[in-house]
Ligand binder design. Sequence first.
Ligand SMILES: *[C@@H]1O[C@H](CO)[C@@H](O)[C@H](O)[C@H]1NC(C)=O
Ligand SMILES: *[C@@H]1O[C@H](CO)[C@@H](O)[C@H](O)[C@H]1NC(C)=O
Ligand SMILES: *[C@@H]1O[C@H](CO)[C@@H](O)[C@H](O)[C@H]1NC(C)=O
Length: 193
Amino acid sequence: LLVNHDPRSSSQPFPALSSVSVCVRIQWDPEWNEVSTIFSYAARVFTNEFLLRGHGDMQGRILLALIVHGKHLPYKACFPNDGGWHHICVTWSSSLWAIYVDGERKDEGSSSDTSRDIHADGILILGQDQDSFGGNFTEPFFGNITDLNVWNISLESRHVRALNGCSAINQVMLFSWNLDHLINHPAVKELAK
Ligand SMILES: *[C@@H]1O[C@H](CO)[C@@H](O)[C@H](O)[C@H]1NC(C)=O
Ligand SMILES: *[C@@H]1O[C@H](CO)[C@@H](O)[C@H](O)[C@H]1NC(C)=O
Ligand SMILES: *[C@@H]1O[C@H](CO)[C@@H](O)[C@H](O)[C@H]1NC(C)=O
């Protein structure tokens, strides 16, 4: 699935971002332990601009890591590989980043390598890594993804807790979940059940 739309206009590109938060609910296929990309935002000049990936470990957990401007941050935030729904939020503002799982901050840090703005006019893809701008998909996600929202600020813990509990927050969204704002990439095939 390809997301390159703004809720206010069907062709508005992503602006350059000095802060961003992405929250999403996922159900991870418990049989799948490989590295999987939950979402990837690629810019024309830099494909690994902002992405979230995860993989299963031997202790029955799914570990999550952010990549910002190509810098792979640690795999530490985790949730049990229990086949259930989990709420994940990632926040980033210049050098500070955090990963929240089910409303709790599970990892955070700062990295001077990540301080420039996120490039504008990128392509956001759900469930695949992009090895080229908008293409060459790798690291598929197996499971369900819903309620992915994007903000142009770094959300605070209280916002994330509210979202995890399905409460609304007042912050303006850059992208709000709506199937009409998603495009099926031509490579996506519907499989017979
Ligand atoms: C995804 O959702 C469908 C429909 O609810 C369900 O049948 C399926 O088991 C879910 N997949 C995973 C990996 O949980
Ligand atoms: C996609 O990958 C193939 C094989 O690695 C490569 O030949 C091709 O140039 C890539 N396409 C783009 C658009 O980068
Ligand atoms: C976030 O987006 C809103 C609405 O487009 C805009 O008014 C605001 O200035 C933006 N904030 C930042 C920090 O870019």
